[in-house]
Ligand binder design. Structure first.
Ligand SMILES: C[S@@+](CC[C@H](N)C(=O)[O-])C[C@H]1O[C@@H](n2cnc3c(N)ncnc32)[C@H](O)[C@@H]1O
Length: 485
């Protein structure tokens, strides 16, 4: 029997993807999603599509043709859902994904959905995954709101109470609560919010009798320090430096079971996961100035300024190809996880538009990065220096306004506002002179290539950056599955 999972604040489903991917030796799924609750309409569309895909694949055992057609842009989402092989799974997915803004006002609705879905799943032990949203805890969010009296009452600040309500009412065997690191030091009404959450969750008086364990430090719950809850994704085979707080709550009647932690894995680099994707040319804004020759001119200029030879590669796909022919050269566990051998192409791999001046800066800085430097704004030659009176300032964040991702190490954190921060995600290949595509960001987050994010490009980037890396989630799922036997 699969263990039911309730996924709240589900985002695009990164955490759930990892749990859903686990199978027992008989090929049965270890966990099955009872319901995903999320308020963002685009994330819900992505969740519904993924749930439909999983339903289809459970039956066929592979990626079915209608889904390949959708990925390749040969069919629309509407037609995909109308396909006779797909319709039934899409209906089930509608039941599985619920668009609800969790909060006091909707509590009765969410409670009845959870009760019904757990009943349908046949009762028994189940697992709660997801974490209350992080904006209000995040360091950036807090510094922007210093002196704002409404901050204390921000409903996001206390949304974790909705999470506590679900735990108190439905008593999962285990819960996995993810949050940003800023949550550890965030203050609320004179106390650290972290201490309060921990006290609440371990409080039999409130009907919440759980032991809060760390997934990385194997000491008794009572001896854990706040920093022991930080998981560094790059230490667990994820090609990205992403540090998040993850607490594992184990119901008190199960706490006698051995404590387990995630094993460390070797480092995975940016090159390991995006190095084999098709080279594409950057797009120039405004559209009226975009042409292969304008693009090449910018490349030539940047190469000359960096003292490099002329860029050679010109066999790049023309713009507008949603589906690029591609066969992966990745090998090993990562290939098994990321690559879908039924696909002969790759989607969501389109470059964003940038002004020629920014493209030239990207190229120049990535030439420097290739020489082992971590280039800063002031490394730009006068001709490429931003036309800004602060350009020569050495203080961060201005000095770090541009950041080239390095081939040989994990990337920096893929954040939810990556769409606005193209300058921070410069592709390491100077000849491509561009920021990362949605697919590249998704690979750094370890989303499989057959994961499709619904919405426009900004919404896609947003979803990708919000997620728990699915491969990390799979490793967490293994710990939970072992715990539940
Ligand atoms: C950090 S993301 C979750 C990522 C997810 N665990 C994953 O692995 O993909 C947080 C999500 O909570 C959602 N959210 C925020 N407030 C919410 C609310 N009151 N009710 C439901 N969802 C909410 C946001 O839209 C966002 O998608």
């Amino acid at each position: 029997m699969s263990i039911p999972v309730i996924d709240v604040f589900a985002g695009p489903g990164g955490l759930n993807e990892g749990f859903s991917a686990l199978h027992d030796p008989n090929g049965e799924q270890r966990f099955s999603t009872a319901v995903s609750i999320e308020m963002d309409p685009w994330a819900c569309e992505t969740l519904k599509l993924r749930a439909t895909f999983r339903g289809l694949r459970r039956v066929t055992g592979h990626t079915p043709a209608p889904y390949v057609d959708l990925l390749a842009g040969r069919t629309s989402l509407t037609d995909f859902y109308r396909h006779p092989d797909v319709e039934g799974h899409a209906k089930e997915a509608d039941e599985e994904v619920r668009r609800i803004e969790l909060g006091e006002k909707t509590r009765a609705i969410s409670d009845s959905v959870i009760a019904e879905r757990l009943r349908n799943a046949g009762g028994g032990e189940w697992v709660l995954i997801g974490g209350p949203p992080c904006q209000a805890y995040s360091l950036a969010g807090r510094s922007r709101r210093v002196g704002d009296p409404s901050f204390k009452d921000d409903h996001k600040h206390v949304l974790y109470r909705e999470y506590l309500n679900i735990i108190a009412k439905f008593e999962p065997a285990v819960f996995v609560m993810e949050n940003v690191k800023g949550m550890l030091s965030s203050q609320h009404e004179g106390g650290r919010i972290f201490e309060r959450i921990k006290a609440d969750l371990e409080s039999p008086r409130m009907g919440l009798d759980y032991e809060i364990r760390s997934l990385v430090v194997p000491v008794a719950a009572a001896d854990l320090q706040p920093s022991d809850f930080i998981i560094r994704a790059e230490e667990h085979g994820i090609p990205q430096r992403r540090h998040r707080v993850i607490m594992l709550g184990v119901r008190s009647d199960l706490t006698s079971r051995a404590s387990m932690v995630l094993g460390k894995q070797g480092q995975v680099s940016v090159r390991d996961v995006i190095g084999d994707l098709p080279a594409i040319r950057s797009r120039i804004s405004p559209v009226s100035n975009d042409s292969p020759s304008a693009w090449h001119e910018s490349r030539m200029l940047a190469a000359a300024l960096a003292g490099e030879r002329e860029p050679q590669r010109d066999a790049v796909p023309e713009l507008g190809d949603r589906w690029l022919p591609y066969r992966s050269r990745i090998r090993g566990e990562l290939a098994e996880w990321l690559v879908d051998s039924s696909l002969s192409g790759i989607t969501l791999h389109e470059a964003r538009r940038h002004m020629p001046s920014d493209l030239q800066r990207y190229a120049y800085l990535s030439y420097l990065a290739g020489r082992g430097k971590s280039p800063k704004v002031m490394d730009l030659p006068a001709q490429l220096a931003p036309n800004h009176r602060n350009a020569s300032r050495t203080d961060a964040p201005f000095a770090d306004r541009f950041r080239v991702q390095q081939w040989v190490s994990p990337s920096t954190t893929v954040v939810s506002h990556i769409a606005k921060d193209g300058h921070y995600y410069i592709h390491p290949d100077p000849e491509q002179m561009r920021s990362l595509t949605v697919r590249e960001a998704a690979r750094l987050q370890t989303f499989p290539d057959n994961y499709l994010f619904v919405g426009n490009r900004t919404q896609q980037y947003h979803q990708v950056g919000n997620a728990v890396p699915p491969l990390l989630a799979k490793r967490i799922g293994e710990v939970v599955a072992d715990l539940l036997g």
